[in-house]
Design a protein around this ligand. Structure first.
Ligand code: 3H9
Length: 683
């Protein structure tokens, strides 16, 4: 018979073995009721003489995937998770953790408090706290180095990447890996075997083999930091993790726990953790569209047509071939079709060369792609995505033709990055079937997909778009129609103003390095060089990128752009670009003597982005501020630890941004002004 110990934990006893079962969907996070239940279970195991051993596990999807992150915002109550783990470990009767699914963060820490660990072969174990700007705070920083050694522990904690059960067994993190369907039987068998054993129970906190070894290696931690410098750049959690591991090596367990607790609290209160926790939930929220009913019927997409075999069309076709959906790619000329299919093949072959795909996979995926010169071949496709040149006339030709070809019920999508989807829909007799699917380049790699909802797009079409995005492993963000939708519109001012600053007198290195210091992998001008200067067009007759393109300087792909590049792609400011900037200054009658400080560059570029974000929100182009943050992070590599522009703005201070914009002569959006004056926030 099963006895309920809290709302989420129950215990049953068979043949002297207690099974402690956590049941807290969706991921069995270790919220207050679970912690209470686990303490009650420990008390029961200790006091009930009929119980000789226990197995700790969970119901449904997974062994606990960590502390309850949602609870972080409201404050955690007693019992405190580290104490729960210590209580389990201190028991005088053996406890076996039966691990499956994803044992992450606090979940793995609970397993480390058990005396034995059996894992299903498909299980993954990890400590991803670093991705939330935290460190494992329930003894993980002290137990992991004791069981797998400091280096492996650091690797797991600083990268946050989970490892698979067989590797965990090799490392000594779990005692036994078993077939998935034999997990409970094997865990019970292990409990039965160990309950008859004499002698002290194996407690990870008491293990000394690794700490002694690691203590002898005096530069182990410095070496790790030097070798993994990139992971420490800009973020604060990895250094705190390093110091807790130092404590694990040098101090007794209890003192190490005190260090862990202090540093966990420091991180918990940090802006970076606040930002990263916001991003965690924002990423999962984007797929939810409040005004579309959950039971809205979805359209079954079993075949796809792509019009255009250029860079975008090819990348889009790959997304579907990658998940086994056949794609017909239509082009106007055989040559363009052959070139497009050739590029796709090359992409797959390169992936295979890197060992991430077999030669057979390459052929399977290529086998799913059919080239055609005849649009009529798209007549039976469930979804047709247009990826042709960005001109309304061409879109008109394509969509009015498609309207006569596509079967009833087919979804008609445009990959336009800024044209009016509502206008495009008027070229068909079925505007309800039309939406925008805005992929980012390279489409097969970039994780963001903007789903553009036209005035008349049906709920089914939008719901299917959101679902499809997930199927092709993208994060969908819903946008309404406007020039540039969310991500591009948001970043127009960033790019525009970076060039303006350059013309006004701030050297390109100062502009780019200010944004790298903020956390971007590259500055705005470096980014332009990477995407290609010919991709960006500016209205002014004489403008910097236009003049560079006239000199055949198209960025990294051709002759350099703002920078000249050596064979290792290291850039130095290009004399040709400096001449172009001079020319533009002369043309405009500007002295070019306004050099800004890095702080001024940062405010000058980021405040206008926040302002644009506020407009995007108040116009209803984006549903939520978090959606804008996700679009910036996934579409433009906005540093996640800054939370995206809107979360960053909240942390930075909205009144400061309003004042800054006004000082620059820019008008703050009404929403921004309102929130700033009310002490409100975007997120
Ligand atoms: C920690 O443990 C700190 C301790 O060291 C110290 C404490 C003192 N809490 O991702 P999905 C929700 S820090 C609350 O879409 P999947 C999620 O929001 C924690 N909720 O599924 C979503 O809700 P909804 C360390 C959580 O199958 C739903 O579950 N652990 C948590 O793609 C489904 O999630 C982590 O950082 C949570 N911990 O992936 C692990 N986790 O349906 C974080 C998930 O309402 N979690 N939710 O949108 C993950 O990595 C993935 O969720 C997981 C499943 C791999 C588990």
């Amino acid at each position: 018979m099963s006895e309920s110990l809290s709302e989420t934990v129950s215990l049953s006893v068979v043949d002297g073995i207690a099974t402690v079962l956590i049941d807290n969907p969706p991921v069995n996070a270790l919220g207050a009721t679970v912690r209470k239940g686990l303490v009650a279970a420990a008390e029961k195991i200790a006091s009930d003489t009929a119980i000789k051993a226990a197995v700790l596990t969970a119901k449904a999807r997974t062994f606990p995937a960590g502390a309850d992150i949602a609870e972080f915002a409201t404050g955690m109550t007693d019992p405190w998770l580290p104490e729960v783990v210590n209580t389990i470990e201190a028991l005088e009767k053996p406890v076996v953790a039966a691990i499956y699914g994803t044992a992450l963060g606090g979940g793995l820490e609970v397993a480390l408090g058990c005396h034995y660990r059996v894992a299903a072969a498909s299980a993954k174990l990890g400590v991803p706290e670093v991705q939330l700007g935290l460190l494992p705070g329930a003894g993980g920083t002290q137990r992991l180095p004791r069981i797998v050694g400091a280096e492996a522990a650091l690797q797991m904690m600083v990268t946050g990447k989970p490892i698979k059960a067989p590797l965990a067994e090799k490392m000594g993190l779990v005692d036994k890996v078993v077939a998935d369907d034999a997990l409970m039987d094997e865990a019970l068998a292990m409990a039965k075997a160990v309950m008859a054993k004499d002698g002290p129970l194996p407690r990870v906190s008491e293990m000394t083999e690794w700490t002694e070894k690691d203590r002898a290696d005096s530069d182990l931690l410095d070496k790790f930091r030097a070798e993994h410098g990139r992971m420490f750049r800009g973020v604060i959690a990895p250094d705190h993790i390093l110091e807790t591991v130092r404590a694990a090596i040098e101090l007794p367990f209890a003192e190490g726990m005190a260090v862990e607790n202090e540093r966990f609290m420091t991180l918990f209160a940090s802006d970076q953790s606040r930002a990263l926790r916001h991003v965690f939930f924002a990423m999962r929220e984007t797929a939810k569209v409040p005004d579309i009913a959950k039971d809205t019927p979805l359209i079954d997409v079993k075949s796809v047509g792509v019009i255009g075999a250029g860079t975008m069309g090819g990348g889009i076709a790959m997304c579907f071939a990658n998940i086994g959906i056949p794609v017909t790619i239509v082009e106007v000329k055989q040559e363009a079709l052959d070139r497009g299919l050739g590029v796709i093949r090359k992409n797959y072959e390169n992936t295979a060369k890197k060992g991430r795909m077999t030669a057979e996979d390459v052929e399977t995926r290529m086998g799913l792609l059919t080239g055609s010169l005849n649009m009529e071949d798209l007549g039976d496709k469930d979804l047709i995505i247009e990826a042709v040149f960005e001109s309304m006339e061409i879109k008109e030709k394509v969509f009015s033709r498609l309207d006569t070809i596509a079967k009833p019920g087919a979804i008609l999508a445009s990959n336009t990055s800024y044209l009016d989807i509502d206008h495009i829909a008027t070229f068909t007799s079925r505007p309800e079937m039309v939406l925008g699917l805005h992929f980012f380049s390279p489409a097969n790699v970039m994780p963001l997909l903007e789903i553009v909802r036209g005035e008349k797009s049906s709920d089914s079409v939008i719901a299917t778009g959101m679902k499809l995005a997930k199927a092709i492993r993208k994060t969908p963000v819903l946008a309404r129609v406007c020039d540039g939708f969310i991500a591009n519109r948001l970043m127009y001012p960033y790019i525009d103003l970076a060039i303006e600053m350059l013309v006004a007198g701030t050297p390109m290195q100062v502009i780019d390095s200010a944004m790298r210091d903020y956390g971007f992998a590259m500055g705005p001008l470096q980014m332009l060089d990477l995407v290609g200067l010919d991709v960006i067009t500016f209205p002014a007759e004489v403008n910097v990128t236009g003049e560079l393109v006239k000199l055949e300087r198209r960025g990294q792909k051709l002759n350099g752009g703002f920078y000249d590049y050596d064979e290792k792609r290291r850039g130095t400011p290009a004399p040709a670009a400096i001449d172009v900037v001079d020319k533009v200054r002369k043309h405009r009658g500007i002295a070019g003597d306004k050099e800004l400080s890095p702080e001024q560059v940062m405010a000058g570029l980021l405040y206008p982005v926040v302002n644009e974000g506020a407009k995007i929100l108040e116009e209803g182009i984006a549903m939520r501020a978090g959606d804008i943050d996700v679009a910036a992070i996934l579409g433009y590599n906005w540093p996640a630890y800054q939370g995206g522009p809107m979360c960053w703005a909240d942390i930075h201070g909205l009144p400061k941004i309003v004042a800054g914009l006004e000082a620059m002569g820019q008008k703050p959006a009404a929403l921004l002004k309102k929130l700033a004056s009310e002490g409100g926030s975007f997120t």
